[in-house]
Design a protein around this ligand. Structure first.
Ligand SMILES: [Zn+2]
Length: 261
């Protein structure tokens, strides 16, 4: 079974082709690049649009919103013209107050809602970025019952995860499962059919002491953020007392069905 990293900013990596080749050797050979804004959609499409291993998405990331009121015209016309775009994202809310790129909460919310409306219309899944904002995200989703998708890099306790599960969402597990016991506990308890595994490279990292540590047969590949996928998967499999090959198969199936491959 081939690993599927369902949230990875390959286009922000220093040496994407080499990292991808090494990851492929280690058994990870499919990536989804989330969108951040129109210029990035274009560049990612140019660089990776022909690569069968790579999927693309388009959306306005909450860190990169224009100052203007929501305008989803560029998103709609991009989706019309690019049938290879499989999701709307990443979109969402980042209420971590000290983030240098965080716009005002209401501005973020307006853009988020406008993009949910697009998803509700075209029925493409959304990729949600939620930092200290789960209640507001869920409040927004209530208005669009047809919208489904994934909460990427989920951080929170089981009860919070459950609120998304009840809403039909998948939860993306990232390197935070090494730092947050409550988040790891949530991923130990939710149904395996709702878990995606993602590196969010290069934005997030598995702490050095855990990198590939679960694999004693590690072939000594160079430090490569894409290989964190294996460490994250194994961390969750161990917490669930589940065979990691079976979990790999399940999470890859989940990503394929969410993104309708
Ligand atoms: Zn991301």
């Amino acid at each position: 079974m081939i690993g599927f990293d369902s949230h990875c900013h390959l286009d922000f990596l220093d040496d994407a082709p080499q990292c991808m080749a090494d990851a492929e050797t280690a058994g990870i050979a499919r990536w989804l690049i989330p969108g951040t804004g129109p210029d990035q959609w274009r560049q990612a499409h140019q660089r990776f649009g022909q690569d069968d291993r790579v999927l693309l998405a388009a959306g306005h990331h909450p860190w990169f919103l224009p100052d203007s009121a929501p305008d989803i015209q560029s998103l709609e016309s991009w989706l019309d013209q690019h049938s290879d775009s499989v999701a709307i994202g990443e979109i969402g809310l980042d209420f971590f107050r000290h983030h240098p790129r965080s716009a005002a909460a209401e501005h973020q919310f307006d853009w988020f809602m406008a993009q949910l409306a697009v998803s509700s219309e075209c029925l493409q899944p959304v990729i949600i970025h939620s930092v200290k904002a789960h209640d507001r995200i869920l409040q927004g989703l209530k208005r669009y019952p047809r919208v489904g998708g994934v909460v990427h890099g989920f951080v929170g306790p089981y009860a919070q995860a459950k609120a998304y599960l009840d809403r039909g969402f998948y939860l993306g597990a990232g390197s935070v499962v090494f730092q947050s016991a409550k988040t790891l506990d949530a991923f130990a308890r939710i149904p395996a059919e709702r878990i995606l595994v993602e590196t969010d490279a290069p934005d997030q990292h598995v702490p050095d002491q855990y990198r590939n540590a679960a694999d004693p047969s590690d072939t000594g590949l160079p430090d490569n953020a894409l290989l964190d996928w294996l460490s994250i998967l194994k961390r969750i499999a161990a917490a669930r007392q589940m065979d990691s090959a079976i979990l790999t198969e399940q999470v890859c199936q989940n990503a394929s069905s969410l993104f309708r491959l």
